[in-house]
Design a protein around this ligand. Structure first.
Ligand code: PEP
Ligand code: MN
Length: 336
């Protein structure tokens, strides 16, 4: 059950509601997010919602049969949209395109990428400064210095930043320079990190774990939401299967399933999803047709020279073409 409190609820009213819910045998967690105040009740007993609904301090009450609650679509009318400021949004009504290199490498690379994005009317740039790499000898990112040089130019260009945070200690040092914190596939179930991101007033994009189920992704989002941050985006980026012909198996199925299960925006990452440059485009288009609210992909001025993931990275000409096709596909789908 989810109870939405009135913003002006008093302490005694809250106490009375908590007692009434406890009487039903429900365990409760109070959740205060950026703009809302909830009481989440976990229990099995059937009861008539009207027995609680009239109590002072309650704005609304909902029964949610899913085991995750706040991220479930069962209680929320409409879908959530993340507002990144300056007219940049993710979710509902508009396709969000996020593009950029796998890794931030230099001032010049950032300048070229930002120009490419501006030329194509893309408002969000991706890039990693802390890179989770399979080998410890591979390039592991420029760190906060890279983020600062990126931020300086991105702010001037009016472009938002989505970048991966790998551990709790990085949140504070990254905070001022980030618009969306990305939780990478290797960290989807880093519950300490998720808890801490729940205390942050910035959007968080959670990628699906490499071998994670759809339900586990929803639970990861529930961690962040229940810790106080409801600015959430989910990302399907392919999962590990027995198939070796592609880097990962892009789970297109996850897109309509997630959209049915959650009110949060769902985006797709075809670059990591298939891992092969020539096939990023068809997978990206398939994700749009499956209902994705956004696409995040890798592009670089010279993919063959990229410090990481060049094999799945589009050059700017390919990227420009993809952007046109994504927009057309989205328009086509929504005109049907
Ligand atoms: C990335 O976005 O570059 C990345 C490392 O993604 P993932 O966590 O999905 O592997
Ligand atoms: Mn990458």
């Amino acid at each position: 059950m989810i109870i939405q409190f009135n913003s002006a609820i008093s302490a005694p009213e809250k106490e009375q509601i908590a007692q009434a819910v406890a009487k039903l045998g429900y365990k409760t967690t109070e959740v205060t997010t950026q703009g809302n105040h909830y009481l989440v009740g976990i229990g099995k007993q059937e009861f008539d919602l009207r027995t609680l609904g009239h109590m002072p301090g309650i704005k609304d009450i909902h029964r949610v049969s899913d085991d995750y609650k706040l991220v479930s679509r069962k209680w929320k009318v409409g879908r959530s949209q993340m507002d990144l400021g300056d007219g940049v949004t993710i979710g509902e009504g508009k396709l969000a395109i996020m593009a950029g290199p796998c890794s931030i490498e230099s001032e010049q690379q950032v300048a070229l990428t930002l120009q490419h994005l501006k030329d194509n009317d893309v408002r969000i740039m991706r890039g990693g400064v802390f890179k989770p790499r399979s080998s410890p000898y591979a390039f592991r990112g420029m760190g906060v210095d890279g983020l600062k040089l990126w931020y300086k130019q991105a702010k001037e260009a009016g472009i938002k930043i989505v970048t991966e945070v790998m551990q709790v200690s990085q949140i504070a040092e990254m905070y001022d320079y980030v618009d969306v914190f990305q939780v990478g596939a290797r960290n989807t179930q880093n519950f300490n990190l998720l808890d801490e991101l729940g205390k942050v007033d910035k959007a968080v994009m959670i990628k699906r774990g490499i071998s994670g189920t759809i339900e586990e992704l929803l639970y990861s989002a529930e961690y962040v939401f229940s810790a106080g941050n409801e600015k959430l985006i989910l990302c399907e980026r392919g999962i590990r299967t027995y198939e070796k012909a592609s880097r990962n198996t892009m789970d297109i199925n996850a897109i309509p399933i997630l959209k049915e299960k959650t009110h949060l925006p769902v985006v797709a990452d075809p670059s990591h999803g298939i891992g092969i440059r020539e096939f990023v485009e068809p997978v990206a288009l398939a994700a749009v047709m499956a209902g994705a609210d956004g696409i995040i992909y890798e592009t670089h001025q010279q993919p063959e020279k990229a410090a990481s993931d060049g094999q799945q990275t589009l050059d700017f000409a390919e990227s420009a073409l993809l952007i046109q096709k994504l927009k057309k596909a989205y328009e086509f789908l929504h005109a049907l």
